[in-house]
Design a protein around this ligand. Structure first.
Ligand code: SF4
Length: 327
């Protein structure tokens, strides 16, 4: 049986016998407007897929980076010696504990924001040095490895204010002073405003103290600035040198580099359910490991005679920052 012919096709063939018709496009009024959006992909799923693509590349890139072969001054405020030792000994994190793309982007925002903040500070009339003439950051390095000679504890700072306004409001400024900057989320930023960096972010506080100690910048309070990534507000405070905190952070570093393995160092908690362990990247490894045979001996500090005594910096105050170790 012959298929029924489309009336439009029939009319065309009557006018143009022998015409080869492949498709009849209906009149515009009879059909919906053209829409080339793929019907099986929602904008959300595209966005998720795109982010996943970027995340994967970012995570791979991050894992390909050369790990630090020294203990960074920025990490000496980590509360648990053993957790810090896992980092120093470059122990693999527990499965699924490597940084995800989102966290890596937050880190990047922090780094990128540093240049912006430096620009704002300079524009306001301060002399802020962030890099040496060879382009390297200022920093310090101590405790050379007996074999390689490389510093086992080192740090690189955001900058040093060497000059600027005599007063900010009613507060007299003194130079040179350390500058440390962070980009914080709303909660962390407001916490700093309310409680101060020492209480809200003790790890940053310890970082500043160790920098001031080893760079001979303890004579003047350091400037801590934090940019609220949600609101653009800037929190700033002057952080006086705290010899005891610097000593504690230094002692922690010494315990870690003197350990033969992370498990030689005591855990910070008695139970794996301790809240500090819940956030630890090495919890499975740590709690699966045997108890240390004996508590690690407390080493002599790298600088200063007694923990409570003022830290004696390795060279004349205010000049060490001109040098740099592990560059
Ligand atoms: S799991 Fe807890 S005790 Fe073990 S390294 Fe991490 S923070 Fe320290």
């Amino acid at each position: 049986m012959q298929a029924k012919q489309d009336p439009v096709v029939a009319a065309v063939l009557e006018l143009f016998p022998g015409a080869y018709i492949t498709e009849i496009i209906p009149h515009a009024e009879e059909t919906a407007p053209m829409d080339f959006t793929p019907t099986n992909v929602s904008p959300t799923s595209f966005s998720d897929a795109f982010q996943a693509l970027l995340d994967e590349a970012h995570q791979i890139h991050n894992m390909e980076q050369e790990p630090r072969d020294y203990l960074g001054g920025s990490r000496l405020g980590v509360e648990c010696d053993r957790a810090l030792a896992y980092e120093y000994f470059q122990v693999a994190k527990d499965p699924d504990r490597n940084f995800k793309g989102k966290i890596l982007r937050i880190f990047d925002m922090g780094h990128d924001g540093e240049d912006r903040m430096a620009e704002y500070i300079r524009r306001a009339g301060f002399t802020l040095l962030t890099h040496r003439s060879d382009g390297q950051q200022f920093g310090f390095g101590v405790a050379p490895d007996p074999v390689t000679g490389k510093s086992r504890i080192a740090g690189h700072i955001d900058g040093i204010l060497t000059d600027g306004p005599e007063y900010v409001g009613c507060t007299k400024m003194t130079y040179p002073c350390l500058w440390e900057n962070k980009g914080l989320n709303d909660k962390g930023s407001k916490g700093c405003v309310k409680k101060g960096v020492k209480e809200e972010k003790p790890i940053y506080y310890a970082q500043m103290q160790i920098y001031m100690a080893y760079l001979g910048l303890g004579d003047n309070p350091g400037l801590f600035t934090a940019l609220n990534r949600n609101t653009g507000d800037i929190h700033s405070e002057l952080v006086p040198f705290d010899a005891q905190a610097a000593q504690q952070a230094s002692d922690r570093g010494v315990r870690v580099i003197r350990a033969d393995s992370p498990e030689d160092l005591p855990r910070i908690a008695r139970e794996s359910t301790d809240f500090r362990c819940k956030f630890c990247d090495y919890a499975a490894r740590c709690w699966g490991a045997a108890e240390p045979q004996a508590a690690a001996p407390v080493p002599a500090p790298l600088f200063g005679a007694q923990p409570a005594a003022p830290v004696t910096a390795p060279a004349a105050p205010g000049t060490n920052w001109l040098k740099n170790a592990n560059s």
